[in-house]
Design a binder for this molecule. Structure first.
Ligand code: CP
Length: 309
């Protein structure tokens, strides 16, 4: 595989390889070894057209841990702001030796377009409401690490499914890995085609939480919502907020995930974010390991400094 554009077409074997490789990378990362030479001589460009804390910082750190030359560009400070096309920008970066381009863009399909016109490997760091494959991979890595498996688990995704690239990538990846996937949210925030993907749809949070082994809580994507379509924030918090009221409904060994950034007091209250069963910060740590694994698998194998030690 040359690119990672989404999880819709990634096989169980490929996902397992990424997760296994990330396990080895986490060993390297958490040992605080300053650097390994795996990507020496390779150049990685992160090109973000939308805000990011976790994804951008962890890609940058992952590349540095593997000794890649790291370049960062933001959409607003690049010459795209002067009218240069995405394709010409990609070709310009390639002319400077980019081996991998990590792109986040508000337009669904922007990474796929770039992949058609440049020779570098493209990694989708989030394209509109379409996919966010590396987030889903780090979510699955965290589930496997904590639960020992993914297959057969009841994984509930809560909230704004309609606008969530995290939800879509999680649904594709989790179904491929054999999990039972449920979603819950207001009808206005649930896409119509989910049953075709084998996803169970709930509108009652209390019902959906019954038997859930993993609960992945999504942020309301206000930046992608059209006015007047959705419940108010207050109504949302009342009916779908993960707050003190739902604690008695959670399994004792439930795993609580949130991709971040959290809007505490909206989709999640501090009492849930700070619960012992929440692993939100560990997800962030695991994000570095997963992104190191992807860099290695896309550009590091066969490199003369391939060995990880
Ligand atoms: N989860 C996630 O994509 O976070 P950032 O927007 O901070 O990268």
């Amino acid at each position: 595989r040359k690119h990672l554009l989404g999880l819709a077409d990634v096989s169980k074997e490929e996902i397992s390889l990424i997760l296994d490789t990330a396990e080895a990378m986490k060993e390297v990362f958490t040992r605080k070894v300053k650097k390994v030479p795996t990507l020496t001589g390779k150049t990685v460009v992160s090109f973000f057209f939308e805000p990011s804390t976790r994804t951008k910082a962890s890609f940058d750190l992952a590349g540095k841990m593997l000794s890649a030359n790291m370049l960062s560009l933001s959409g607003s400070s690049s010459s795209v702001a002067k009218g240069e096309s995405l394709i010409d920008t990609g070709k310009t970066l390639e002319a400077m030796g980019a081996d991998i381009i990590v792109i986040r863009h508000s337009a669904p399909g922007a990474p796929h377009l770039l992949a058609r016109y440049v020779n570098a490997s493209i990694i989708n760091a989030g394209d509109g409401a379409h996919e966010h494959p590396t987030q889903a991979l780090l979510d699955m890595f965290t589930i496997k690490e904590k639960k020992g498996r993914i297959e057969g688990l009841n994984v509930l995704i809560v909230g704004d499914i309609l606008h969530s690239r995290v939800a879509r990538s999680n649904i594709f990846g989790l179904k491929t890995m054999g999990a039972n996937v449920r979603v819950v949210g207001p009808a206005t925030l649930i896409p119509k085609d989910l049953k075709n993907l084998g996803v169970e749809v709930y509108y009652s949070l209390d019902e959906a939480l019954k038997g859930a082994d993993v609960v992945n809580i999504l942020r309301i994507q206000r930046e992608r919502q059209k006015k007047g379509l959705f419940p108010s924030i207050r109504e949302y918090h009342r009916f779908y907020g993960m707050n003190e009221r739902i604690i008695s409904l959670l399994k004792d060994d439930v795993l609580i995930l949130h991709p971040g950034p959290m809007n505490q007091g909206v989709e999640i209250d501090p009492i849930i974010a700070l619960d012992d069963r929440a692993v939100i910060e560990e997800q962030v740590t695991n994000g570095v390991a997963v992104r190191m694994a992807l860099f290695y698998l896309l550009a590091g194998r066969g490199n003369q400094n391939e060995k990880i030690n």
